[in-house]
Design a protein around this ligand. Structure first.
Ligand code: ATP
Ligand code: MG
Length: 253
């Protein structure tokens, strides 16, 4: 099938050789490890503020969430350091987001024991190319949303389904995480409230210059991220000002 290639920003069109790819991968490993460390510290601060002991299950979930974030970034590095001939989904035009999210879903499936009976399904609309620095925030957003769906969508433990998809749309692309669970409570506004998860999702979406839409009902929660081909957001800082996040509980975004 001849798939139309979409590129998010013309910086995606850049010819890179193996040496460039390796040095880019090394640079990103350092940045992304710092990102994960920052994230883990924020979680520690939050747990400290909560001031109550965790049960064995809660501690296990917290550690598995950290492991999932590390896996997410690890998956991206595997992809970035692989040669295009290995068919990893990275070429001189950018990262094939659909393939990357497919690998990410498989790795989340293997990492998160609290998934229980819920399955993670992936659908690739084809032709979703992004730059590596865009792939990291998108992957972390998807990882947070999938983790949430596994934790909260089916409190009774029934076998549910989380669908992760991406598809081209207009000049950009749409990434969706949809579950078939209980949805958000009516009083809860995910665009301003939530724990570290939704805050990070909002912050990363802002960095990407992406729109974030939540559709919640008794049939489940769908979160839709729309990325445009916006020049202004071609360079994305990997982590927002840490101070702003440490002021958790006082700031509202
Ligand atoms: N898919 C979902 N289905 C139902 N409720 C959800 C779903 N995702 C999130 N929620 C609700 O939204 C709340 C906020 O989620 P958020 O990710 O911000 O925090 P958290 O998961 O509680 O903690 P963490 O900071 O570890 O992510 C959750 O506590 C949960 O009540
Ligand atoms: Mg969460």
């Amino acid at each position: 099938m001849d798939v139309e290639r979409r590129e998010i920003g013309d910086a995606a069109v850049r010819h890179v050789g193996p040496a460039d790819r390796l040095s880019e991968a090394q640079h990103r490993i350092a940045n992304n490890l710092a990102l994960i460390a920052g994230y883990t510290r924020l979680q520690a601060t939050r747990l400290h503020k909560a001031g109550k002991p965790l049960s064995a299950r809660e501690a296990c979930i917290v550690l598995e969430e950290v492991a999932a974030r590390i896996e997410t970034v690890g998956e991206l590095h595997r992809l970035l350091s692989a040669a295009p001939s290995e068919g990893a989904g990275v070429n001189e035009s950018g990262v094939d987001l659909g393939r990357f999210l497919g690998k990410l879903c498989a790795s989340l499936r293997d990492t998160l024991s609290f998934a229980g009976e819920t399955s993670i399904v992936h659908r690739d609309g084809g032709g979703c190319l992004v730059r590596p620095d865009q792939a990291t925030p998108v992957a972390l957003i998807v990882s947070e949303l999938v983790t949430n769906a596994l934790k909260y969508a089916h409190p009774a433990g029934v076998a549910g389904r989380v669908l992760v998809s991406c598809r081209p749309a207009g000049e950009g692309l749409v990434v969706e995480v949809a579950d078939d669970g209980v949805g958000l409570s009516e009083e809860f506004d995910p665009s301003t409230e939530g724990g570290l998860g939704f805050r990070v999702v909002r912050g990363l979406a802002r960095q990407l210059g992406a729109d974030l839409v939540y559709e919640s009902s008794g049939l489940g929660l769908t979160v839709r991220l729309t990325l445009g081909a916006d020049d202004e957001h071609r360079v994305i800082p990997l982590w927002p000002d840490r101070e702003a996040h440490v002021r958790e509980g006082t700031d509202r975004d």
